[in-house]
Design a protein around this ligand. Structure first.
Ligand code: 26V
Length: 825
């Protein structure tokens, strides 16, 4: 009998109104639970499965829509995605909140009570990974036919515990229970080869190459739905998991090689075991290199398979596909696509290169030299011998062109080469990414300028047309609608709900900055959010803070360039002032809140955490200062924590050394929620200032040119220390072991580094930072003015929606238009 698909498709459709019934079905028949046996986790699972199934119909329909459109596809390649929890986000984006809530009411269930049961997906380190997650949300919301590719790490970023004031890393077992949001797609499994050697042969006198690898790993895809907001679109995030192929094992078993077979299997499956925690330490780097190739190889095969369904003429490839590289992590794709086109599809080299170059875009996310990837040639020789040959040949052709343009200039050849010769032979992945892409973009205006002028000036001179800027953005769905529902509701009440998909609409709020009633409601919402945060602080750290304190917040990865150190030195300074002058008056309590992870091998970052925690202990327990200052470090920073902290914040600390923070995106989340920024003229802070107005942001410190001049001159931090009594007092106090009575001398490395080098100009900016904080305190006293500024910040954040960013990528780089269903369908 032939299946009747019309009937099958129509049999069960999940209307929003019937979601509650499906929930009961799941709890009973899938979970096998009733009132006596169901745990809270069982209820969460049943709720989430219900929502997942509601998504599936839209997911299937989206695939049909895209296939029929024959549109060019966007492939976003990122080794990191910091998705956070998906349950609430999916309900909100589906627009199913009201119906689900009402349906469940009869059953006495409120879905929001169960959200903490979801294990959050944290497959990323920081800004780069969260940006990828915001981009997925925007691409789906904008009807863009995009697929995100990534790795399904068994362990995401480590869990941070604090033990005696030190960071301790624990594994994040996010897959321990079911991951409801993923679907295994075994039928799209792909092989990934490694090692071996390259054979040469000839066809019609033309030299050809055949890579004979030594072992194979399988890539198994797991798909996660990416729900667009209010448009019935569901895109896909495809994450690859490594597995060793069965046949391969069997062969070795049969030959009696049991131990080798098992260890090869473990080796292969280790590939996607763990996310690298932002570490550039040498150990374990080879695994990271193989991880990158595994990712690239799986994704490019999948992209090819999709392309071949549409066309068999590879010259069409750039018309049908555009591949965006999120940093250089997936840049081996360029060599991989060349290998496929030349060795497997037998295209002439020049044709293949033309296709490749037209198909890639590369986004740079950092100018820190230590973070620009270079891979030892040895790694290529061992694992990817054919790719190495291809890179050498690309380099040879490329340098030939460079020398034609710059006759006699050997220095430029050395600078631009894909191969760094000394001290160790390495491949410069950023150079490969630039020559292999049509577009190279930075992530804020200033960062894009620095890229052109300081980091890659030779490349900019050779290919000025490739360089462009795409200022980062954040999704207003997660960072306002979901994280701050009361503020979202107030905004919608005043200006309608268009802002959710067109953030520039927030401009309409400007007029309410002068409306007393609006300001009152705005303040009340902030206070409610602070109450929630105060509770969380008490639960997580045991520190009791006042609900109406000033919340001054720095939450981000711990890096010297982000200068958490300057912040805590300033807190120590305030503490000294309070102790010395006992001038408490009726000043409000100030809570200095920190959160963030340090890379496990980054000693200084870990010591900064220790310093913050030790200072917190002393200050929080000193009765002499009458609770006027509290210092809090909340452990295990993650997306869900940010969602609670940001809406409660008064002051957002964005204080990196000018020129170091490519963009920052936390800065945008805070301002969108009505916090005022204290910031340096760095990254997107500058653009935020231009949007909200100089009078509504607190900027301070040396700008990029001044920092550059200091670096080139002879900067003497020791002199600043001896001449500036404020700095001296703070450093002397630390050195006297006031904060480390039981571990004398532990902060010497921090003090030493500041006194002798101060690479990130903490002392140089200290006074300006202090004065800026004094100004802030004065201004905070005028609540009316403060709230006005906060409202204007919200109203003027339209530019920083990731929808705007993605629209720019789509129009300028990808040349892809939204795919919308035909009217009436
Ligand atoms: C990695 C490393 C490795 C160890 C040495 C120091 C170091 C410093 C930075 C990084 C991160 C590189 C990539 C990254 O996450 N960049 C961030 O990307 C965000 C999204 O574009 C942007 O907002 C942040 O400013 C940028 O730091």
């Amino acid at each position: 009998m032939k299946a009747n698909w019309d009937n099958i498709d129509a049999q069960i459709t999940m209307q929003k109104e019937s979601l509650a019934n499906f929930f009961v079905h799941y709890l009973k028949f899938f979970g096998g639970k009733d009132r006596y046996s169901a745990s809270e986790l069982d209820v969460y699972n049943a709720l989430a499965y219900t929502i997942r199934d509601h998504i599936i119909e839209k997911w299937l329909a989206t695939k049909v829509l895209y296939n029929k459109s024959h549109s060019k596809r966007i492939y976003y390649l990122s080794m990191e995605y910091l998705l956070g929890r998906l349950f609430s986000n999916n309900i909100i984006n589906l627009g199913a909140d009201k119906e689900f809530r009402e349906g469940l009411k009869k059953l006495g269930v409120d879905w929001e009570d169960y959200t903490p049961w979801e294990r959050e997906s944290a497959l990323g380190n920081g800004g780069l990974g969260r940006l990828a997650a915001c981009f997925l949300d925007s691409m789906a919301t904008l009807n863009l036919p995009a697929i995100g590719y990534g790795l399904r790490y068994e362990y995401g970023i480590f869990r941070q515990d604090i033990c005696q004031g030190y960071q301790v890393e624990e594994p994040d077992e996010w897959l321990k229970f079911d991951n409801i949001w993923e679907m295994k797609r075994i039928e799209h499994t792909v092989p990934v080869h490694f090692g071996g050697e390259v054979e040469t042969y000839h066809i019609d006198g033309v030299e050809k190459f055949n890579w004979c690898p030594s072992y194979t790993v399988l890539g198994i895809p797991y798909d996660m739905p990416v729900v667009g907001y209010g448009n019935n679109i569901v895109n896909t995030l495809r994450l690859w998991s490594a597995k060793v192929s069965e046949e391969f094992d069997l062969q070795d078993f049969n030959q009696g090689n049991y131990i080798d077979a098992v260890s090869e299997k473990v080796e292969g499956e280790t590939l996607t075991k763990v996310l690298y925690p932002d570490d550039r330490t040498e150990s374990g780097r080879e695994l990271r290199f193989r991880q990158q190739y595994f990712f690239v190889c799986c994704s490019i095969q999948d992209i090819m398979r999709k392309f071949l369904k549409e066309s068999s003429d590879f010259r069409d490839f750039p018309k049908k596909a555009v591949i965006q590289l999120n940093d250089t992590h997936p840049s081996i794709s360029i060599a991989e696509l060349m290998r496929i086109l030349v060795d497997e599809k037998h295209l002439p080299w020049d044709v293949a290169w033309d296709i490749t170059r037209k198909s890639f875009g590369y986004t740079n996310h950092t100018i820190l030299p230590e973070a620009l990837e270079k891979w030892p040639v040895e790694f290529f020789q061992r694992h990817l011998p054919r790719h190495l040959q291809i890179i050498y040949k690309l380099n040879q052709h490329f340098l030939q062109e460079v020398s034609v343009q710059n006759p006699g200039d050997n220095d430029i050849l050395r600078r631009m080469s894909l191969v760094e010769e000394y001290p160790q032979k390495k491949i410069r992945m950023a150079h490969l990414a630039i020559i292999g892409s049509t577009s190279v973009n930075g992530v804020s205006e200033i960062h894009s300028e620095i890229l052109k002028e300081q980091v890659m000036p030779d490349f900019y001179n050779s290919f000025p047309h490739k360089f462009n800027n795409k200022t980062n953005g954040i999704t207003p769905r997660r960072w306002l609608l979901q994280a701050n529902p009361s503020l979202a509701k107030l905004i919608t009440e005043k200006i309608g709900k268009e802002w959710i998909t067109d953030l520039s609409q927030l401009k309409k709020l400007e007029k309410y900055a002068d409306d007393k009633d609006f300001r009152k409601r705005f303040d009340k919402i902030k206070l409610e959010n602070k109450k929630k945060l105060a509770k969380l602080i008490e639960i997580e750290t045991g520190v009791v803070v006042e609900d109406d304190a000033i919340f001054d917040v720095q939450i981000k990865r711990i890096h010297e360039y982000k200068r958490q150190l300057m912040n805590i030195l300033h807190v120590i300074h305030l503490y000294c002032e309070l102790r010395d002058h006992k001038n408490f008056k009726d000043a409000p309590q100030r809570v200095f809140l920190f959160a963030g992870k340090a890379a496990p091998g980054y000693y200084m970052a870990k010591m900064i955490i220790k310093l913050i925690l030790n200072v917190a202990k002393v200050i929080n327990n000193d009765e002499l200062i009458k609770d006027k200052i509290k210092v809090v470090f909340i452990p295990n920073y993650k997306v869900s924590l940010a969602e609670t902290i940001i809406p409660a914040t008064d002051i957002s600390e964005q204080i990196s050394t000018a020129g170091k923070e490519a963009s920052g995106t936390g800065n945008m989340k805070f301002a969108l929620n009505g916090a005022l920024t204290i910031g340096t003229l760095d990254g997107a802070n500058i653009e935020i200032m231009n949007e909200v107005g100089k009078e509504n942001i607190f900027t301070f410190g040396l700008d990029i040119d001044e920092i550059k001049a200091k670096r080139e001159g002879n900067y003497e931090p020791y002199q600043l220390y001896s001449e500036n009594p404020n700095i001296k007092k703070v450093i002397d106090l630390i050195q006297s072991n006031f904060f480390s009575l039981h571990e004398p001398g532990i902060f010497e490395p921090i003090c030493n580094s500041l006194l002798t080098q101060d690479q990130y100009f903490v002392f140089a900016d200290f006074n300006a930072y202090m004065e800026c904080h004094e100004k802030i305190l004065q201004e905070y006293k005028n609540q009316k003015q403060w709230t006005k500024k906060a409202i204007l910040n919200v109203a003027r954040m339209g530019k920083f929606s990731s929808d705007r960013t993605i629209n720019e990528y789509a129009a300028d780089i990808w040349k892809v238009s939204p795919v919308k269903p035909k009217k009436g369908k």
